[in-house]
Structures are given as structure tokens and as C-alpha cells.
Design a protein around this ligand. Structure first.
Ligand code: DON
Length: 580
């Protein structure tokens, strides 16, 4: 969808939410005052804000805030609800990262609940006899599945930083699975588009399609009894309800019956980790984002450091000059990503060096301000095509001064396409995020080296970048996005749109985005970058490619003068900001 067609629908502040009008969403019932127009104003509320990619998840998380729960409580509730309402990316069969900024004590913590490779995984497991990468196996077989981290991660967040009972956090998800919900058009469209792939897994077929194999249609009710039972085990037994007993057994059986290597031991051994966020400073604003095993935080800070040397604001938003400099900075950062980044528990990642101002100054010297440096001169690699894909980000802010940025995923839309027989949830294909062979690109065109090679128990490198910006010690911006390799640049642009270009948070989210990832050597743009800007960039030596929309940045701006501003991304038709 193109952002300029965004039409907003605002309802009264008590039950307020914001969605693009071009989507016939499910829950418009209580609208009191409706404001329509082509404006791009964020939703504004004073007591709290939830922005997710699904209306029902925003609603149940908002209820938790309304009862006095904190942002972590609401985030965990949203995380479990999305696993029910948005099977393409909401999950308990995947993993992700949560960044939390707390008011008391004043600290920012990162929870890493990325999947791990099963213990039996090994470096060359996706190579065929000729030594080439077999992407069918790395993306769609039972070998593509990493040990899921979501349940352990969300429960760790709740245990350590939440205030509500586990049963309360899971109740809405259980109800949505058990009693079902009315499916929106996006749900139907998604499942129709992956029918061939999903129906190869008998459990995916019986879980997500009707008896005759057709998809549930908009307006119809979709129930998931097996998933409800799985969620109940988590509600009753906590992490043991997933990593031990019935669910673990069903998952291990699914693997054993289909040439998988994941064992019950791999599952019970899974541990999420508390990590120290990557921290940077950009024009006086403090940037917090994910450290390894995500590459997101490092490269957002690195690109910002490079761009700090130029008066970006005065060059103008999405002007040729601004885009040129952004693309040059992005190329250099992604070239480093391919070489240095991987799971820091297994390899030494030079984080401090990569995010230092001195290194940025060095890199800046290699940038010609009027001419593109060909990527081949920066380093070498073999790019492959981009794929369509899905992850989901959500942001929550409460009245106590806490905020949460969370991005989680099963990698592709619907992950590996494999559903655990008897347990009703889809499994990730995150193993494809490893570098199966040095120099061979993964599904996002990303190459890697030894640092991101496969090893048992190692976490595969991610781009997920839940991020928080603080100004003068106070939370200012909560953001992040899906989009594979484009997550880093999408999140970067929302931050720059606010800091450099003074856009309000809704404009910052809506604005057309650009992306360069070193290889392929082209600037990928969304619709809405003017033709003469494109021509100017071409005359500087850039190749421009117009591609489908990038990312879905569900973001919150916290006005230093008071109040929360929520911005749902119009690129996802079910996106929903709801405040109180
Ligand atoms: O962790 C990563 O970087 C990828 N597995 C994320 C995949 C993704 O964002 C797909 N999205 N739209």
C-alpha cells in the first residue's frame, strides 16, 4: 500500500486506536468520534500506548495497561496474542529480542531469546555433494528449524520485570485460540499465498486450512484448539510447559519423524540471555539497540556515527544528497556485517571498534560526497535475490516510565511452513540466517563468513533491531521493524526522520524508505521518492531499484512535554495503535 493513500481513523481517547481506513478491520465497533483525512497525525494519549501489527493484540495489551499493568506486562500479553492472531510472524515457535527501558531502576536491558542451533548442527549441514548450498534444506526442511526461544524469553521478561501473573498474560491468547477470532482479509490473503508450501506439512494443513484445503475467508471465525492446549500448558507450568513434558515431546517427535536433528535435550537446554544493549550517541540523543547475536544495534549506531559528520537535516528529507550519503554509509556498514558479525558467545565481535566515532570518521574519509563508490571496491561477495518475508515488531509505553521494544520472528512468513503435529504451532526456519557457506547469500541477499558459520548451540546472526532513543535521560522514541536485512535501515530512518528531519512520529513511520546493503550494489527504494531525485542519484553512479514496501515500524514517541504518540505503520493493513 502506498503511504499517501493513508487515511486515518481516530476514535475517542478512551478507546482510541488508529488504523489505515483502506483496510476493513475487524474491531471498529466503539468508534465515537471519527476523523478522516489524508493527514499523518499520530494517535495521542496520556496514560499509555501500545502499537502492534494486529488490532486484537493491541486491544488485549491495552487492557493490561488499563488495569494498571506495566509496559512489560502488556508486551508479553501482546507477544502471546500475536502468536494466535498472526501466524505468519507472531509465534511461540520462533525467537526474538526485547529491549526494555525501565524507570526504576533507571536502566536499559536487552533480552536475547534468539533460537539456537541444535547440538548436532554442524558447519556444512546445508551443503550438497557438490559443495553448493541446498536452500531447500536450509529454509523448508526440519533441519531449517532452530530451537525456539520465544516462550522462555517472554516468560523471563515477565518474571524479572513484570507485575502480573503468568496466567493473566496468557489468558487473552488462550481465549483467542480457543474461541477463535474473525479473520481479516490480510489473514486470508497470506495463507492463500503460501498454500502450496504450508500444505506439505500435514499439521499445517489441518491447523490453518479448512477440511477441503481452502483458506478461512474474511469474516469467518478461526479457532486453534491444539494451540490453545499448548498455551494452557505454558500458563499452568511456565517454561516447563513448553520446554519439558508434552510440548517438548511433540516437538521432538515432529523432528524425529522427519529427519530433523533437534532433540528433547536441545529443547530443555534452551536459555534466553540478558544482554547489555549497544549504546551510541547521535547529535546528543542516546541510542539503545540490540547487541549480537543481532547485527542491528551495531550497524544502526555505526551508520548514524558516519552520518553525524554531515548536516543531514539541512540537506533535506529524502533529497538526492541525503540518500546518497545514507547509501554510502549503509554499504560500508553491511560490508562489515558480512565479515565481523556473529554470535558473540562463539566468536569475537569487535563491537567497540565498529561503533566508535573514530572508526566512523575513518569510513567517512572514504566517502565521495558526489559520487557512489561501487560496492565491489568496498569488498566482495555474491548477492542473491530478495525474498518476501515477515517478522513483527511492537512497541509499548506505560505511565510509570517504562517502555518496551520487541521484535520477534519465525524468519520467513509462516517460517519453515512446518507445524508441530498435535501442538498447533508453526516452526521457524531461522537456521537459514547462518552463513551456510562463506560468500553465498542467504534469503535476504546477506553474505557471511566464519563469524556466522553454523555450530551446535550457536545463535544465528540477526538483523532485528528493537531500539529506544533517550534524550536528556528520558525515553523519547520506541521503535523497530520487520524486514530481514532492511530492518536495520528501516529503524535507522525512523530515528533520523525524527532527529534530523523533525517529522512527527506518524510521518516518520509513513515516509518512503530507502535501503542499501552493500550487495547487491543498488539502492532499493519505495514508491514515493521523486523521479528527479532518482535521476540525480543515478547521475552520481547509483543503481536504483523500485521494490515493494519495506518494513512495518510500529513506533511510539514520548513527548518531552508529556503524552504518548503512537504510530502504526500503514504498510501492514492490520497495524494498530491504541492508547489510554
Ligand atoms: O533475524 C533476522 O534478521 C531475520 N530472520 C528476520 C526476518 C524478517 O524480518 C522477515 N521479515 N520481514
Amino acid at each position: 500500500m502506498h503511504h499517501s493513500s493513508l487515511r486515518l481513523l481516530l476514535v475517542n481517547s478512551a478507546k482510541a486506536f488508529l488504523v489505515p481506513l483502506c483496510f476493513s478491520s475487524v474491531v471498529f465497533a466503539q468508534s465515537a468520534a471519527i476523523l478522516e483525512g489524508d493527514s499523518a497525525i499520530p494517535l495521542q494519549n496520556s496514560q499509555g500506548m501500545v502499537v502492534t501489527s494486529h488490532t486484537l493484540a493491541s486491544t488485549v495489551a491495552r487492557e493490561v495497561l488499563a488495569e494498571g499493568g506495566n509496559a512489560i506486562d502488556a508486551a508479553v500479553t501482546a507477544g502471546f496474542a500475536l502468536a494466535v492472531t498472526q501466524p505468519r510472524s507472531g509465534n511461540i515457535g520462533g525467537g526474538g529480542f526485547m529491549l526494555i527501558s525501565r524507570s526504576t531502576p533507571d536502566e536499559v536491558v536487552a533480552i536475547d531469546y534468539r533460537e539456537t542451533a541444535p547440538a548436532k548442527a554442524h558447519r556444512d549441514m546445508f551443503l550438497d555433494e557438490s559443495g553448493a548450498v541446498d536452500s531447500q534444506r536450509s529454509r523448508f526442511s526440519h533441519l531449517s528449524v532452530g530451537v525456539p526461544g520465544t516462550v522462555a524469553g517472554l516468560l523471563m521478561a515477565l518474571d524479572k520485570y513484570g507485575t502480573i501473573r503468568r496466567e493473566r498474560a496468557l489468558a487473552p491468547a488462550i481465549k483467542l485460540a480457543e474461541e477463535g477470532f474473525i479473520v481479516p482479509p490480510r489473514f486470508t490473503k497470506g495463507l492463500e499465498s503460501v498454500k502450496d508450501r504450508l500444505q506439505k506439512s500435514p499439521a499445517s494443513r489441518s491447523t490453518f486450512y479448512k477440511f477441503d484445503g481452502s483458506a478461512y475467508q474474511p469474516g469467518e471465525r478461526f479457532i486453534q484448539p491444539e494451540l490453545a492446549a499448548t498455551l494452557k500448558r505454558i500458563s499452568e507450568q511456565g517454561r516447563d510447559g513448553f520446554y519439558l513434558g508434552e510440548t517438548a515431546r511433540l516437538l521432538a517427535e515432529e523432528m524425529a519423524a522427519n529427519d530433523g536433528i533437534m532433540t528433547e535435550e536441545d529443547i530443555s537446554n534452551y536459555q534466553p540471555k540478558i544482554r547489555k544493549p549497544v549504546q551510541g550517541n547521535y547529535r546528543g540523543y542516546n541510542i539503545y539497540s540490540m547487541p549480537p547475536p543481532s547485527s542491528g544495534g551495531i550497524h544502526i549506531v555505526q551508520i548514524l556515527n558516519i552520518l553525524e559528520g554531515y548536516p543531514i537535516g539541512s540537506f533535506g528529507h529524502n533529497s538526492a544528497k541525503t540518500i546518497h550519503l545514507m547509501a554510502e554509509a549503509m554499504k560500508r556498514a553491511y560490508a562489515d556485517r558480512a565479515t565481523y558479525l556473529g554470535d558473540s558467545d562463539f566468536v569475537k565481535v569487535p563491537v567497540t571498534g565498529l561503533i566508535s566515532k573514530e572508526y566512523a570518521a575513518e569510513l567517512r574519509k572514504s566517502i565521495n560526497t558526489t559520487r557512489a563508490t561501487p560496492s565491489q571496491e568496498i569488498s566482495a561477495g555474491l548477492p542473491s535475490a530478495y525474498e518476501s518475508n515477515e517478522t513483527t515488531h511492537f512497541s509499548v509505553a506505560d505511565k510509570y516510565g517504562n517502555v518496551v521494544a520487541n521484535t520477534y520472528t519465525i524468519n520467513f512468513s509462516y517460517g519453515s511452513g512446518i507445524t508441530v503435529k498435535g501442538a498447533g504451532f508453526l516452526l521457524n526456519n531461522q537456521m537459514d540466517d547462518f552463513s551456510a557457506k562463506p560468500g553465498t547469500a542467504n534469503a535476504y541477499g546477506l553474505t557471511g563468513a566464519e563469524a556466522n558459520s553454523i555450530a551446535g548451540n550457536k545463535r544465528m546472526l540477526s538483523s532485528m533491531s528493537p531500539s529506544i532513543v533517550k534524550y536528556q535521560g528520558k525515553n523519547l522514541l520506541v521503535t523497530g521493524s520487520p524486514g530481514g536485512s532492511r530492518i536495520i535501515t528501516t529503524t535507522l530512518q525512523v530515528i533520523m526522520n525524527v532527529i534530523d528531519h523533525g517529522l512527527n512520529i506518524q510521518e516518520a513511520v509513513n515516509a518512503p524508505r530507502i535501503h542499501h546493503q552493500w550487495l547487491p550494489d543498488s539502492i532499493r527504494i519505495e514508491q514515493g521518492i521523486s523521479p528527479d531525485t532518482q535521476q540525480l542519484l543515478e547521475s552520481m553512479g547509483h543503481k536504483i531499484e523500485l521494490k515493494s514496501a519495506m518494513g512495518a515500524s510500529q513506533s511510539i514517541y514520548i513527548d518531552p512535554m508529556g503524552g504518548f504518540q503512537g504510530a502504526a505503520d500503514p504498510r501492514r493493513s492490520t497495524s494498530s495503535a491504541q492508547g489510554l
